[in-house]
Design a protein around this ligand. Structure first.
Ligand SMILES: [Zn+2]
Length: 370
């Protein structure tokens, strides 16, 4: 709609330039009172010819004028029709022009952009029994969840990795192992935008997070399943929660989404559990397909069900938990399911921070501990 050039100005009306052609005495010189006989006789056919030309030209002018009127009326109708459809009538001005230029192709999705600029690094940070994952690219930096409320390590990672601003800070849900250091992050770096599931709790960690959000100038969104957006070269597709979710169920409302860089797709589901995974399988379809999956709920058996794992079809799975945690995460049956499907498995209790580096087609995984 926007690439169409304005119509060229209409050509000047033709008849105005043709008026002098048939008349032999246009110089303005005084006509002599007396002419020779042959000149007088010659004047008769000249006058006849001149009248003929005038008649023809009047006819042409009338025909052109009628045709313009007809076009103008057609334009008026077209404009009225478009305006009734709620579109900007100015876009339709040139309808009496020949075929308009074809509209430019829509911007390609980041996923289809063959000219990606540099590598994307994804750091599945070792933050104990909690989540914090950092996407770093020349054009965009994103943090997903903010670690454990009993620790203070996330801003140290940001500092060590040279991150002093975040284009986006995503909170999958407001449990204290996901919003743990939200207030510290907001205080330490500039944050452009915050996404949050919309759930609330009554913990002090939550109260601190809300206060930090209210003090900041960051934009705030509660994305919902079916929405998608791009941020630099990253494509975000939201797969949970749906519009009608019960926000009181914090895990069920976990903000879940796929991030695509080139051809490489990362999936995050927060602490979504069995019924939530099933709803995603039923509703999100191919948007669940991913190469690298963060195991839901820290590798708990409440999550990573067989149908969900089948739907995602990852080549790599990464979970975040602390060594010897009281919940027993990750649970054996999840580990067995993942390894049984020959999916490469990493976990922060075993491997420390796990970093995925990708150019948008291939990826390299470097765990802190092999
Ligand atoms: Zn959690």
């Amino acid at each position: 709609m926007t690439g169409q050039s304005p119509p060229p100005p209409p050509p000047p009306p033709g008849p105005a330039t043709g008026g002098s052609g048939g008349f032999p005495t246009a110089s303005g010189a005084p006509v002599t009172a007396k002419r020779s006989w042959w000149k007088r006789w010659w004047a008769i056919p000249s006058i006849v010819l001149g009248l003929f030309v005038m008649i023809v030209m009047i006819g042409v002018v009338a025909a052109v004028s009628d045709s313009d009127d007809a076009d103008d009326m057609a334009d008026d109708d077209a404009v009225a029709g478009e305006a009734a459809d709620g579109e900007d009538p100015s876009e339709d001005e040139p309808s009496d022009e020949p075929e308009p230029e074809p509209e430019p192709e829509p911007e390609p999705d980041a996923a289809e952009d063959a000219t990606l600029n540099g590598d994307l690094e994804v750091h599945y940070l070792d933050v104990g029994q909690a989540d914090a994952t950092l996407f770093i690219h020349d054009e965009v930096t994103v943090l997903i969840d903010t670690g454990d409320w009993q620790r203070s390590d996330v801003t140290g990672y940001l500092d060590a990795l040279g991150v002093d601003r975040l284009d986006l800070l995503v909170v999958t849900h407001p449990h204290a192992d996901h919003i743990g250091q939200f207030d510290e992050v907001m205080a330490a770096v500039e944050v452009d935008e915050v996404w949050w599931s919309g759930s609330v709790t009554t913990t002090q960690t939550f109260e601190r997070a809300v206060a930090a959000l209210e003090e900041s100038t960051a934009a705030y969104e509660e994305p919902r399943a079916g929405q998608s957006t791009t941020l630099g070269p990253l494509l975000f597709e939201i797969v949970n929660p749906p519009d009608d979710v019960d926000l009181d169920d914090l895990h069920d409302a976990s903000l879940s989404f796929r991030i695509t860089y080139g051809e490489v797709r990362f999936l995050f589901t927060g602490d979504a559990e069995t019924s939530t995974e099933q709803r995603m399988v039923d509703t999100a379809g191919e948007q669940l397909d991913a190469d690298i999956l963060q195991l839901g709920h820290h590798g708990s058996s409440t999550s990573t069900t067989a149908p969900f794992l089948d739907a995602v079809g990852p080549q790599v799975a990464i979970y975040s938990a602390s060594e010897g945690n009281q919940y027993g995460h990750p649970h054996d049956e999840v580990i067995e399911r993942v390894q049984g499907a020959e999916i490469e498995l990493y976990g922060t209790p075993v491997n420390g921070t796990v970093t995925v580096t990708t150019d948008g087609s291939d990826w390299d995984i470097s765990p802190e501990v092999e």
